[in-house]
Design a protein around this ligand. Structure first.
Ligand code: PPS
Length: 323
């Protein structure tokens, strides 16, 4: 690894820690099992760095998700809600910056630059870190946490397309059947997805004032209701006056897949913060279709059934379902 940083509170380097972990070589890049979840080495360095260094500030808001579950959308929505009185509609940074460049990732952007914050020094953070592995300063605080989850079938398909868009030497070559098998076994970035989802689901039941649990499908089907709920939960409720002025719809439109994916910055731009192995990510990699049920265009019905069965078994008794 190029940049092995000495962990601040520990004499061990990340390389020392990672070398002791169970490893899965099923994907082109090895994954490491840390605290029950699988990571690529560079992401894991960021997770450990955040665990050891991140200090929550009062008012911080954390947007959490399993990858490919609606992170980009949630970032845009929360950013638009929080900044609605700072920028007029024509100057909102979402029009010229990718949502990932408006809300930094804890285990990636903060790791690269601990002084980072979003435009205007906002208190918005995003992370894919599972609930049980979040830095203690977050779970010990009363800061708001919002989690978005999505049907595993669509998540797997979204992930598959995304990985195929990344640089060829990284993931290309893992046949879909093999990738599917690995995913079902829980061996995927930040996987198993079911454990990830359940960690936040249980936290939302135990600490409903701190953790809001949203389903991508619900946000799609009833954006107005869920946007208002989100705004209220994170402490930026829309007033009746704002509602009558159509502000809710304006935020939904600004953050819609159609609008964001057609902005020049998201069609042709590249990520400003995050560099993956020497290459800047294309912004359009985060906008593909944004639909419910697109899994049917890639998976067979048997594969769909298999994922549904796993989901049913894993979530059984939790009260959580994907409808
Ligand atoms: N605004 C908006 N509305 C609805 N859906 C959206 C939006 N922006 C991105 N997307 C879709 O979300 C999928 C990407 O997931 P993430 O944003 O979680 O990816 S990442 O974890 O941040 O890499 C990916 O889903 P698929 O289209 O099914 O691949 C994106 O297209």
């Amino acid at each position: 690894m190029d940049s092995i940083k000495e962990a601040q509170d520990s004499p061990k380097t990340y390389e020392d820690i990672i070398s002791t972990l169970p490893k899965d070589n099923g994907w082109k890049k090895p994954l490491y099992l840390y605290q029950g979840f699988w990571y690529i080495a560079f992401q894991l360095e960021g997770v450990i760095f955040a665990q050891q260094n991140f200090q929550t500030q009062p008012g911080d808001i954390f947007l959490c998700s399993f990858p490919k579950s609606g992170t980009t959308w949630l970032k845009a929505l929360a950013f638009a809600i929080v900044t609605r009185n700072r920028f007029d509609p024509s100057s909102n940074p979402l029009l010229t910056k990718q949502p990932h460049d408006c809300v930094p990732f804890l285990e990636m952007d903060y790791f690269e630059n601990p002084a980072i914050s979003g435009p205007g020094g906002l208190s918005l953070w995003a992370t894919h870190i599972p609930y049980a592995s979040l830095p203690k300063s977050i779970t010990d605080s009363s800061c708001k946490i919002v989690y978005i989850c999505r049907d595993p079938k669509d998540v797997f398909v979204s992930l598959w397309h995304y990985l195929n868009k990344l640089r060829a030497d990284k993931f290309e070559g893992t046949p879909i059947e093999r990738a599917f098998e690995l995913y079902c076994n829980g061996s995927s970035l930040y996987g198993p997805q079911w454990d990830h989802v359940l960690g936040y689901w249980k936290a939302s039941l135990e600490r409903p004032n701190q953790v809001l649990f949203i389903q991508y499908e619900d946000m799609k089907k009833d954006s107005i209701f869920h946007l208002k709920k989100l705004a209220e939960f994170i402490g930026y409720p829309l007033s009746l006056e704002e509602e009558s002025e159509g502000r809710v719809q304006k935020i939904i439109e600004l953050c819609s897949f159609e609008n964001l994916s057609n902005l020049e910055v998201n069609k042709t731009g590249k990520r400003t913060h995050r560099e993956v192995e020497g290459g800047k990510m294309d912004n359009n990699a985060y906008f593909r279709k944004g639909e419910i049920g697109d899994w049917k265009n890639l998976l067979t019905s048997e594969m769909g059934e298999k994922l549904d069965n796993i989901t049913e078994k894993k979530l059984s008794g939790s009260g959580l379902t994907f409808s």
